[in-house]
Design a protein around this ligand. Structure first.
Ligand SMILES: [Zn+2]
Length: 371
């Protein structure tokens, strides 16, 4: 399948309409039945296919001068209404990752709400509404912004008030909100350790989860986070979380004014993981030798209908190769340009839900040399 310069979500919805028309009957009957049978029959299977989570990510609320990181209040209220409508279980991120790490089951349609950077509009606009709705949130805090008393950000007192009020957990987001992929390893270690120390000093909390600033990470940064004793780390790429996921490369669905409508929100919070193994390349921080990446994975047994799998790359053409029954590999038309790049793969799942596997790459300037 090709991606030719159409925004991913637009393409996805276009694909979705066609796919729904083409597959709904089949998925709603045969696939749902086989899925149910699979789930019931294979408790000992190596790769459970369900009981993951979908995590959404916010930054600002009601700050319409920042449309790419903001969500309007009417959109937030619609999201809250959906999440409190019945089928969802909203849990703090530390609880979700602890369950995944310990192999404990999560409820059907588990959703996590994360808010990055501790902007003042979280305290003023979002928290009162989320608290009234009984929805827990996890706030990822870069400590320097609060230590510097920047006007756009919350104060430590406000954050303490939120934590004391219940339903608010706090995660590590480094100290300076720097680009870890451009920092030396000692600096990355200090960002994580010093951020944790300041959160402990101010809040009495030792965070178990981290969000990479800008969602940018590579294999070595991921390993540093694990060495520092955290349980899990999140990026900023779309996708649902499942049991085969690397806990230190977890996806979150970014919510913003353009991507915060109800259709996308429902798609996100109802999404299921696409369980895969043998994911390549091992390091999403690309070099001149690995750009364009040979992205590929093996889909777990029990996942059916792989003929309907679609993958799209940001800013790049993509050709999908199917090797045998379950191995999927992709060839990109050209190397990624510098900065963040993503490949999204989606597959119609049971009950009108979508399986979504997202992968983020980071491309240093020196990895973009023409070859
Ligand atoms: Zn951030």
């Amino acid at each position: 399948m090709q991606y030719v310069g159409v925004p991913v979500m637009v393409r996805l919805f276009w694909t979705r309409n066609l796919a729904i028309a083409a597959f709904r009957a089949a998925m709603a009957t045969a696939a749902l039945i086989s899925y149910t049978l699979f789930a019931a029959d294979t408790r000992a299977a190596e790769v459970p296919v369900d009981n993951g989570a979908a995590v959404v990510m916010y930054h600002r609320f009601g700050e319409t001068q920042y449309p790419s990181t903001n969500i309007r209040i009417d959109q937030l209220e619609a999201h809250i209404a959906e999440l409190t409508s019945g089928p969802y279980t909203v849990l703090p991120l530390p609880e979700i990752v602890a369950a995944l790490a310990e192999g404990r089951p999560l409820p059907e349609r588990t959703v996590g709400i994360s808010v990055d950077d501790a902007f003042l509009s979280l305290y003023r606009e979002a928290w009162p509404r989320l608290r009234a709705a009984g929805l827990p949130i996890t706030v990822f805090v870069s400590t320097q912004a609060l230590d510097s008393a920047l006007p756009d950000y919350m104060t430590w007192d406000q954050l303490r008030e939120m934590v004391a009020g219940g339903g608010v957990s706090v995660g590590n987001h480094g100290v300076t909100h720097g680009h870890m992929v451009r920092q030396g390893h000692e600096t990355v270690r200090a960002e994580i350790a010093d951020g944790a120390r300041r959160l402990r000093q101010e809040l009495g909390i030792t965070p178990t989860v981290l969000a990479y600033p800008y969602g940018e990470y590579g294999l070595e940064i991921r390993n540093i986070v694990q060495e520092q004793g955290l349980v899990a780390a999140f990026g900023q790429h779309s996708g649902a979380i499942g049991r085969t996921h690397d806990l230190f490369a977890l996806p979150r669905y970014p919510m913003s004014e353009n991507y915060g409508d109800m259709e996308r929100f429902r798609l996100a919070v109802n999404s299921l993981a696409l369980p895969v193994t043998e994911l390549t390349p091992a390091d999403p921080l690309l070099s001149a030798a690995t750009n364009p990446p040979f992205y590929g994975f093996t889909v777990a047994e029990g996942i059916t209908g792989l003929g309907a799998l679609n993958c799209f790359a940001s800013r790049n053409e993509l050709t999908l190769d199917r090797l045998g029954e379950r191995r999927i590999e992709m060839r990109l038309g050209e190397a990624f340009g510098p900065g963040r790049a993503r490949i999204n793969c989606t597959l119609p799942g049971p009950d009108g839900r979508w399986r979504w596997l997202g992968q983020q790459f980071y491309v240093p300037v020196e990895a973009t040399a023409q070859r």
